[in-house]
Design a protein around this ligand. Sequence first.
Ligand code: GLU
Length: 304
Amino acid sequence: MINYQIIIDDIAIDAKRTKDKGVVASYIPELAKINSTKFGIHLIDANKNGYSAADAFEKFSIQSISKVLSLALCFSIVDNDIWKRINVEPSGNPFNHLSLLEFEKGIPRNPFNNDGAIVVADILISKLKNPKTDFLVFLQKLCNDTTINYNKKVAESERVTGFKNFAAANLLKSFGNLHNDVEVVLDLYFHLCAIEMNCEQLAKAFFIFMNHGKCLQGETYLNINQIKRINALMLTCGFYDEAGEFAFEVGLPGKSGVGGGIAAVLPNKYTVVTWAPGLNQKGNSKLGMLALEQLTTKTEQSIF
Ligand code: GLU
């Protein structure tokens, strides 16, 4: 049997020792304040045992990792209707790229680019009474943890610097693919990005993606085919324009965020989250990618 604790302890020691830790995102001013020497990892296996190392219990801004969770909630409500408004192809472009959206007449390439996640937020606003609260409750139930919340300062920091997101939302609106007000949709979008969680909480939330839609508490949120699709999107679109590199090096479906988090799953085996705020040039956590490459190499397990 694999001893996950020994492996992740080794990975954490290596990560703390690595000199080149990447660069903390600064385009959202609140994120620039984070200490780049942080490293956390938490893994939950199929038997619901948890293994953590280093800064696994320190909260961080989950940023674009929330795009998987908002997609999950949206998919559970509108099922395949969502694909009438969002495509499922990797973009090969940065997460906030705009020209493709204009070229493809307002249909985002996938739900993990900013434009796609903005459409997801729009659908949630149309379908839910209190989208912000309802999303939080969904997340809190997945993790059985009512302490999970938005960081208002980060959300505000995103709003005042979110020129490209405003441009994307306006472009979507001009093509008729945004049904609610730009301000209202972006307010939800910025809040979704500004959720704070630690590695353990996020690994708990992602348990549904490795467990056929059933959360840690045994409740089913999505069916097997929906989970198949979300995991496929994570593999092909989860790492900005570096999804191929992540599949090549790590071999797991996952999603990164510019807060330095990465959540990944090995279906039927485990869910794992790393947090290291320094990013590489493509916007993915530098140490996080290295750590997950070590995990799949040392355990000799991946989806391939
Ligand atoms: N809130 C960030 C943005 O909209 C998300 C970026 C990310 O984590 O990919 O720019």
